[in-house]
Design a protein around this ligand. Structure first.
Ligand code: ATP
Ligand code: MG
Length: 561
């Protein structure tokens, strides 16, 4: 179930219908992020739908930054958003737009509404506007400034633009219906005064359109046919329709779908920014973050993210997706495509007493058993090796198939070895090294006499291996719904204090020399790993992308019992 043809969904059905009955002759979508943070996996759902549907119908998809709030927006975010969309595999070609490109046009739209008597300048404070708006159960009341004449409104709005009034002194509002059952229709604010520097228009403007006044008109200006967005915009649709009808301009069709929600994860820029600013993570691209940049650093592939979104599907009803599905998707992809190597996380020295001191040899090992075309690689073998501490027990428990005194095991792609002697630290009693013997006839891992061993261990040659730091990750939150807190608490209280475990002194096989950040591999038996940008020429740093098997599901299962 890789990149198979996309299954039908209700959005495709509606588009199909529009094309058939002639409402539209083409498909043109857009992805409209606000550049106030990095993209997360929920945004990936949105833009995979936007770009994916355009591709399916031979149409186009624009990238448009909805940059109407100068206070929260930055160029850093614009650049990161573009990088992330490209990395997932989509291209907006020459169709990169900004809502700020339309500021003059939007201003003229507002003037047109004033002329029609459909907008007015209000002097009420923000608090008063809120008070007058009423509630879901109480109707709103008209502002005392609602009946200003067209001339007065035109004059005041122009003077707002000219910078005559301080921030917050006045706003421009749509004149719709203060008793509407839809709160969005109770004379929403269209423009506010904000003497702030904008990342693109600088100080040219001191009034800025509200998102709701900019969004629908931007779609209209760009000739978008289908404005696909998440469900929370459903209640805004009547307002977007109202503006377009009043302005008598081209009218796209808006279709809403359910937002992606993931267990053990927060998907809201407001919360993600708190994690970054509060230094609970190292940055937006911390491998524990559900951001696209975090997932990339962690070792996720674009294919695995696209497959995940495909499997989640597009629906109109809200549901929380189990994060283990995401982990399953990345494992499935990495299993097929990543080379196998050996890396020892917690090393234990092994000395092969009957192997000549000066000897060394290169053994042949499969690059990827799932992909025979990937060929073989060379692995150094010598007298001193490292194995995993966990792969030895002085007193083995029942069914322990790994190394123990007197027992024989196979070294992966190597030889059979038998443990002859255990050396301990005399004061602590800790096992510090093992003396073993090897059987030279078992090269490649099979005994000509047909004798079997029960365990196969990974290992590296002490003389040849490289030093590494390995970072193991667990979920960032302890609860399936991190926003569930004690009264007065915050989602921050639910952070998992053990979400990062840094291992130093790890040993990895020599073939990894020079591996670049972003390089992905499977450490046999230990999981999937990816080289981190923190690596230096002397020390590789790896992030564990995922364990080999879904241990999490098992733990949860056990806890339920
Ligand atoms: P956030 O709550 O993270 O701030 P947002 O909706 O304010 O998200 P935008 O930059 O406005 O962020 O989002 C761009 C587009 O991505 C919107 O059309 C929105 O519908 C969509 N989107 C945002 N979050 C999700 C999600 N979790 N699932 C699906 N689509 C999403
Ligand atoms: Mg938004």
């Amino acid at each position: 179930m890789t990149d198979t043809p996309a299954p039908s969904n209700f959005i495709r059905d509606l588009i199909q219908e529009d094309l058939k009955n002639g409402r539209f002759q083409r498909v043109h979508t857009r992805f409209p992020p606000e550049p106030n943070g990095y993209l997360h996996i929920g945004h990936a759902k949105a833009f995979i739908i936007d770009f994916g549907i355009a591709l399916d119908y031979g149409g186009k998809c624009n990238l448009r930054f909805d940059d109407t709030n100068p206070v929260k927006e930055e160029t850093e975010y614009v650049d990161a958003i573009m990088e992330d969309i490209r990395w997932i595999g989509y291209d907006w070609e020459d169709r990169l737009f900004y809502a700020s490109d339309y500021f003059e046009q939007l201003y003229q739209f507002a003037v047109k509404l004033i002329h029609k008597g459909a907008a007015y300048v209000d002097d009420l404070s923000a608090d008063k506007i809120r008070e007058y708006r009423g509630t879901l159960t109480e109707p709103g009341r008209d502002s005392p400034f609602r009946s200003r004449t067209v001339e007065e409104n035109l004059d005041l709005f122009k003077r707002m633009r000219d910078g005559e009034f301080p921030d917050g002194a006045r706003v421009l509002r749509a004149k719709i219906d203060m008793v509407s059952g839809n709160m969005n229709m109770r004379d929403p604010v269209m423009y506010r005064i904000l003497k702030a520097n904008h990342h693109r228009t600088g100080d040219r403007w001191c009034i800025y359109p509200m998102y709701d006044f900019a969004h629908g008109q931007s779609d209209s200006i760009e000739g978008i046919t289908h404005s696909l967005c998440s469900l929370e915009y459903e209640d805004h649709r009547p307002l977007y329709d109202w503006f377009l009808d009043q302005l008598e301009i081209y009218h796209p069709r808006q279709i809403e779908f359910a937002r992606l929600e993931l267990s053990y994860t927060v998907l809201s820029k407001r919360m993600l920014i708190q994690l970054v600013r509060g230094k609970y993570v190292v940055g937006w691209d911390d491998p524990r973050m559900p951001t696209i940049s975090g997932m990339r650093r962690r070792g996720y592939t674009p294919e695995s993210i696209r497959n995940f979104i495909e499997r989640v599907g597009v629906a109109k009803n809200y549901s929380i997706v189990d994060v283990s599905l995401l982990e399953y998707c990345v494992r499935e992809d990495l299993n097929k495509h990543t080379p196998r190597v050996m890396g020892v996380l917690k090393p234990l020295k092994v000395i092969i007493d009957n192997y000549p001191i000066d000897q060394e040899e290169e053994l042949e090992a499969m690059v990827n058993p799932e992909d025979p075309t990937a060929g073989t690689r060379k692995v150094w073998f010598s007298r001193e090796l490292f194995i995993e501490q966990d792969d030895f027990r002085e007193i083995p428990p029942p069914k322990y198939f790994r190394l123990a005194p007197g027992k024989e095991v196979r070294l992966r792609s190597g030889y059979f070895i038998r443990c002859e002697e255990v050396v301990k630290n005399p004061t602590t009693g800790e096992v510090v090294e093992l003396h073993c013997t090897y059987d030279p006839d078992t090269r490649g891992g099979y005994a000509p006499d047909g004798r079997k061993v029960q365990g196969t261990l990974h290992w590296v040659s002490a003389r040849h291996c490289l030093d590494a730091e390995i970072r193991l990750y667990d979920r960032l939150f302890l609860k399936p719904d991190p926003t569930q807190t004690a009264p007065g608490g915050s989602f921050i209280d639910n952070i998992n204090p053990d979400s990062l475990l840094v291992l130093n002194g790890c040993k990895v096989e020599a073939s990894l020399k020079g591996a670049k950040p972003g390089y992905r591999c499977q450490f046999e038996r230990m999981g999937y790993f990816c080289v981190d940008p923190d690596s230096t020429p002397g020390k590789l740093v790896f992030n564990r992308t995922a364990t080999l098997r879904d241990t999490w599901a098992k733990i949860e299962e056990a806890q339920k019992k």
